[in-house]
Ligand binder design. Structure first.
Ligand SMILES: Nc1nc2c(c(=O)[nH]1)N[C@H]1C(S)=C(S)[C@@H](COP(=O)(O)OP(=O)(O)OC[C@H]3O[C@@H](n4cnc5c(=O)[nH]c(N)nc54)[C@H](O)[C@@H]3O)O[C@H]1N2
Ligand SMILES: Nc1nc2c(c(=O)[nH]1)N[C@H]1C(S)=C(S)[C@@H](COP(=O)(O)OP(=O)(O)OC[C@H]3O[C@@H](n4cnc5c(=O)[nH]c(N)nc54)[C@H](O)[C@@H]3O)O[C@H]1N2
Ligand code: SF4
Ligand SMILES: [Mo]
Length: 749
């Protein structure tokens, strides 16, 4: 029987109160919502939810404003003009489902199931529905934004030690040292940041921040290594060398559990503190000090951060290998408060059976791998099957967050639409995602979405986003206040959370599940796609012995398994082919990837994007800010009051070189084009590096030819779309790219 780990807390307000989960970012904090006359009127953080313990971040405070916002999509729209012309006809849901299903049936009959690609976003609570659909339909071409988020880390860690640590959190009071490596909890993880900050300030946890910027996290750190962008692989090797030379590694663990140590030692040998310093720009003494503190202050956690997956070809591979080697040789793997491997089966949740990626491997109608498999071989069905085989002795089901290994590379999807290479993609369904703003390489996305070769583009969202403006059908989605919630954390952890539906959906907004169920009932086995999402939620929760409603009424919001065990490898080995930690992963070799942590940082291999004379600066894109989640929240007056404009951070020396003052408008150019943002002149960034505001479009502008300003301030309008610049797993290059800047007078041009 499932344990309800938290009882109903005292509510600060009366009336009808629903206990739910905030859906405005992937943290899924607990929220209590007061409902009057069918409307949400007040809310606050759920004190009994362990994720947020009663707190909410600024974004959460905009929940009702966004729910009732006049610009929300409330009806199903069918395009009547040309794509992007903003001429629509309102139609009913069933008509839309009939027409979409008919189109898809035709495309499947003509081109096979692989001609459908689905593009999603960041970890919303209905991702499972889309994945269940593609596994039954048989297309390997699917993406969530996780493709540029954790794929590199996930694949590297799984190849080396059979499981990932992406979501393992530092535990204040247990974890003694945390390296925030290209991550910034102060903005990106507000719930983790509060307790962590206290622990750092109390001196019970050492914090090392590795970031070209002096972020809020770096400000309170014991050490801040202001690394030159894209040189993280060199820094890792410098630290590895100090740790090995000074005998600070875990000898027992290395001897008994690691393969490839001698080769790593040899490669690291070249990386003296001085040489490492020259490449990375970090003072030699700081590198040595960081290595010593990290290796001797245990348990230690080297956090997941998106940066090292997003630094593109060469650089990402050596950085991710180096980070994983550090985690392993210091003996922190699968230790409480260290690098906890979430490798146990779900209890009380039929997660794996109902999503079922095994079905995609064996799908009878699927004759082809995904459209990047010939090029990025490891991120494919074949790659995933190889991981499953390597893990089989320990984990026959494979990794529960399997989708992260399988996400297709974006430029490959777009090329398959435009050029039909290696085979045509003819239909795209976008749900929860904003590819023109968030995916990187927006210009190629635009070409694909407006191509006549694309026969069907469906977008389901809360807003008429730039991508939605190009769609054939736009479907209005409910938000978290209007739907029953079940957050299963995408297979990463064994914890799950339940949220009650607070109010009935407004207008014709529908559950995201209804899209997949609508097509599924028409074109797949209808028994797999019940009418009501509640029935599916009950199927997921069946092993717990309670329905979704019963969970909600019980006052419990979170199920946290209590029987966690550590160092399980001592019983069954690591989930790799050899059963050991493979510091030089054999799986990489199998897929033609250099498995050695040999440093290959800048320059990028293509001279036109690495032309120092034309593009003398390096730019970072996408660094998180507290007020926004990806491209969202810019409809909120509250958030815009706090953060009204896209701001580019520039060091005073760099600003002086270009005659730019604080508050000036600046044009940022790359071979892909130019955008404009407003300068913040600050010494909290390395000279020669600028930090762009990410993901800007302007929802206040009417939809039209300029797609609500998507080309004006959006960093991804100038990130590359050449797959050769992507990393070894197909993650796009988003950081450390070359650019030029100049002062301009107007915000738009
Ligand atoms: N340049 C650059 N690009 C990046 C990154 C970077 O660092 N730099 N980071 C990458 C990473 S790590 C990520 S995860 C992605 C984030 O990218 P996305 O996941 O695309 O992020 P969002 O903008 O949060 O969400 C996309 C869309 O989903 C809609 N949406 C929100 N809730 C719902 C819902 O309940 N139902 C439906 N149907 N739609 C909903 C929003 O309105 C929005 O239009 O960006 C990636 N792109
Ligand atoms: N408020 C808010 N919170 C979020 C999100 C959001 O959009 N808004 N998104 C969520 C998602 S999807 C994700 S994946 C996480 C991401 O969370 P984080 O991993 O913390 O991501 P970022 O803030 O994008 O990047 C962290 C830092 O990397 C630094 N950096 C850039 N280039 C390099 C480099 O080459 N090397 C090194 N070492 N550092 C570099 C940047 O300066 C930045 O401070 O946040 C989640 N939380
Ligand atoms: S937006 Fe803020 S309150 Fe909502 S889940 Fe994310 S961190 Fe929690
Ligand atoms: Mo992400």
């Amino acid at each position: 029987m499932a344990k309800a780990s938290h009882s109903a807390g005292k509510l600060a307000f009366g009336g009808k109160v629903k206990r739910t989960l905030c859906g405005l970012c992937p943290a899924h904090c607990g929220m209590l919502v007061q409902v009057e006359d069918g409307r949400p009127v007040r809310f606050h953080g759920d004190p009994d939810n362990p994720v947020n313990a009663g707190r909410l971040c600024p974004k959460g405070s905009a929940a009702i404003e966004l729910h009732e916002h006049p610009d929300r999509l409330n009806h199903v729209l069918k395009r009547v003009g040309r794509r992007g012309e903003n001429r629509w006809e309102k139609i009913g849901w069933e008509q839309a489902m009939d027409e979409i299903a008919a189109k898809l049936a035709g495309i499947r009959a003509r081109e096979g199931p692989e001609a459908l690609a689905t593009l999603g976003g960041t970890q919303h609570s209905r991702d499972w529905a889309g994945w269940r659909f593609i596994n039954q339909w048989g297309t390997p071409n699917f993406i969530n934004s996780g493709r540029n988020c954790g794929t590199g880390s996930m694949i590297t860690e799984c190849a080396m030690y059979g499981w990932d640590t992406v979501t393992a959190s530092a535990i204040p009071g247990v974890t003694k040292c945390l390296i925030m490596w290209g991550s910034n909890f102060a903005e990106a993880n507000p719930m983790g940041w509060g307790p962590l900050k206290k622990a750092v300030q109390a001196g019970v946890i050492k914090l090392i921040v590795i970031d070209p910027r002096r972020t809020k996290s770096a400000e309170i750190a014991d050490l801040h290594l202001a690394v030159r962008p894209r040189t993280d692989g060199a820094l890792a090797l410098g630290m590895i060398r100090t740790i090995i030379e000074e005998g600070l590694y875990d000898k027992e663990f290395v001897e008994n559990w690691c393969l490839g140590f001698d080769e790593v030692r040899e490669i690291a040998q070249e990386w003296s503190p001085e040489r490492t310093s020259e490449i990375t720009g970090v003072p030699a003494q700081l590198i040595v000090e960081a290595a010593r503190i990290y290796a001797t202050t245990k348990p230690a956690r080297l956090s997941f951060g998106v940066s090292t997956s997003q630094i593109g070809e060469g650089a990402a591979r050596s950085a991710l290998l180096g980070q994983s080697i550090l985690r392993a040789i210091t003996g922190n793997l699968d230790v409480l408060g260290g690098e906890m491997l979430q490798d146990e089966a779900y209890e009380n949740l039929a997660y794996w059976d109902l999503i079922d990626f095994t079905r995609l491997i064996d799908h009878p109608a699927r004759t082809r791998d995904n459209v990047n498999a010939h090029d990025v071989r490891i991120a494919s069905i074949k790659g995933y099957a190889a991981f499953r085989k390597a893990m089989a002795k320990v984990k026959p089901d494979g990794h529960y967050a399997a989708q992260y290994m399988l996400f297709t590379s974006q430029p490959h999807v777009y090329r398959a639409v435009i050029e039909g290479d290696p085979y045509p993609i003819r239909a795209i369904i976008v749900q929860n995602g904003e590819p023109l703003v968030n995916y990187g390489g927006s210009r190629l996305a635009y070409e694909a979405f407006t191509s006549e070769e694309l026969e069907l583009l469906v977008v389901m969202d809360h807003w008429l986003t730039p991508t939605a403006q190009l769609a054939d059908y736009v479907l209005p989605a409910t938000d978290f206040l209007e739907r029953p919630e079940l957050s299963m954390r995408w297979g990463f952890t064994r914890m799950f959370s339940v949220g009650q539906q607070s109010v009935a959906p407004m207008f014709e907004r529908r559950d995201d599940y209804d899209l997949w169920a609508g097509i599924g009932r028409r074109l797949l086995d209808p028994l797999d796609w019940p009418e009501q999402v509640d029935e599916m939620l009950d199927r997921f929760l069946a092993p717990s012995g309670r329905t979704h409603r019963e969970w909600g009424e019980s006052g419990a919001s979170c199920y946290l398994p209590e029987n966690r065990t550590f160092q399980k490898y001592r019983e069954h080995g690591f989930a790799t082919a050899s059963g050991k930690v493979e510091l030089i992963p054999s799986l990489f070799e199998q897929f033609g990837i250099d498995p050695r942590p040999v440093y290959t940082g800048p320059p990028y291999a293509r001279p036109d994007v690495d032309d120092e004379a034309a593009y003398p600066l390096q730019m970072l894109t996408g660094s998180r800010v507290l007020e926004f989640m990806g491209s969202t929240m810019r409809q909120s007056k509250k958030m815009l009051a706090r953060h009204p404009e896209p701001l580019v951070q520039i060091h005073p020396e760099t600003a002086a070189t270009y005659n730019i003052a604080d508050g000036d408008w600046v044009e940022i150019a790359r071979p892909e084009g130019a955008i404009r943002q407003r300068a913040t002149v600050t010494d909290a960034i390395r000279p020669g590096t600028i930090n762009l505001a990410g993901y800007w479009w302007d929802p206040k502008r009417r939809p039209g030819a300029d797609l609500s300003g998507v080309w004006e301030a959006n960093g991804n309008a100038i990130t590359p779309y050449d797959p050769k610049l992507s990393s070894f797993v197909g993650d796009q290059p988003l950081r450390g790219l070359r650019c030029s800047i100049r002062h301009v007078n107007a915000p738009v041009g």
